[in-house]
Design a protein around this ligand. Sequence first.
Ligand code: ADP
Length: 373
Amino acid sequence: MSRTILVLNSGSSSVKYAVVEPDSGAMLVDGIVERIGEGEVADHTEAMRIVFDELGDDMAAVIAVGHRVVHGGPDLYQPTLVDDEMLSKLDELAPLAPLHNPPAVLGINVARKALPDLPHVAVFDTAFFHDLPAAAATYAIERDLAAQWHIRRYGFHGTSHQYVSEQAAAFLDRPLGSLNQIVLHLGNGASASAIVGGRPVDTSMGLTPMEGLVMGTRSGDVDPGVLVYLWRTAEMSVEDIETMLNRRSGVLGLGGEIDFRLLHKRIESGDEAAQLAYDVYIHRLRKYIGAYMAVLGNTDVITFTAGVGENDAAVRRDALTGLTGLGIELDEHLNASPGKAARRISADNSPTTVLVIPTNEELAIARACVEVL
Ligand code: ADP
């Protein structure tokens, strides 16, 4: 039996798990325990017990546990062996990522107790973007204040952006170092990145995963004046504003659905709010594509990934039609053909190649673990 890695992604109300064979890339098991704290699954300890029950014999070949951690803050970015000191550093980062980091720390604690003899490794969603050029990472706000509070653009979904950009180079059989790439990670969360020779030069998420593209439930970019206005004039509390921007905005807030399959159904039935949600989503996406093409100068490849990017041909078409002037020529037939594997969807003569590549954050985390060990 080949060695495997257990990959855990602990959120506030769910734990996603997978057992991955890093050498072959095979995913042996994967699943999710949801609704933690809502009755049947009382807490993360109970959730982890369910995970281990489900895994059973699949635990036998596990040599390490890889934990996805959303925010590594200014100092944590290499995949890191978990110890008490590192966990207390992570604890201190809670204010930077109050929605994401505390459940990850909780998940690590519970898993360490359950599996004390295995090494645990934290892999950070911010890591890939740690060395973002200062011009892209810096907010134009009062400099000393930003330094004091570690305010910069950190970027997220890094594991996916890195993995997909490497896969794109492999698919094209070109050296990663020779390519200018744009990666569009469009899932429930969504982010874009511009990558030169394997190194990111810009990304759409910032201090938190709220900036940038329109998402399932998150607003992406808004005028910061809107927050001040809601606080001062609408008298909303900080917590209400945060919840509204994170959970009741995006395509859900505008169009009543998170899932693009359902959003399309509403649009087909003539729902104008759903149509506007879609239009706003596409408009923002096109703006980021254009911005990143300007950042890159020359764009060799644009890759779509994650739930929407891999499956929604209409989103890909509407994001890229009419851009022949920028060197993008989609092949309508290739784009509309569903598939599970990495594939090209641009025309043969398109100066910029457009790809669809399934992301695999679990495999990337498993391989990062092996490197640490
Ligand atoms: P997460 O960000 O939670 O990891 P995913 O990357 O799995 O999410 O993306 C989930 C989203 O992908 C769904 O909410 C839905 O909008 C979209 N999606 C999944 N399958 C399809 C499909 N066949 N057609 C269009 N959209 C899809």
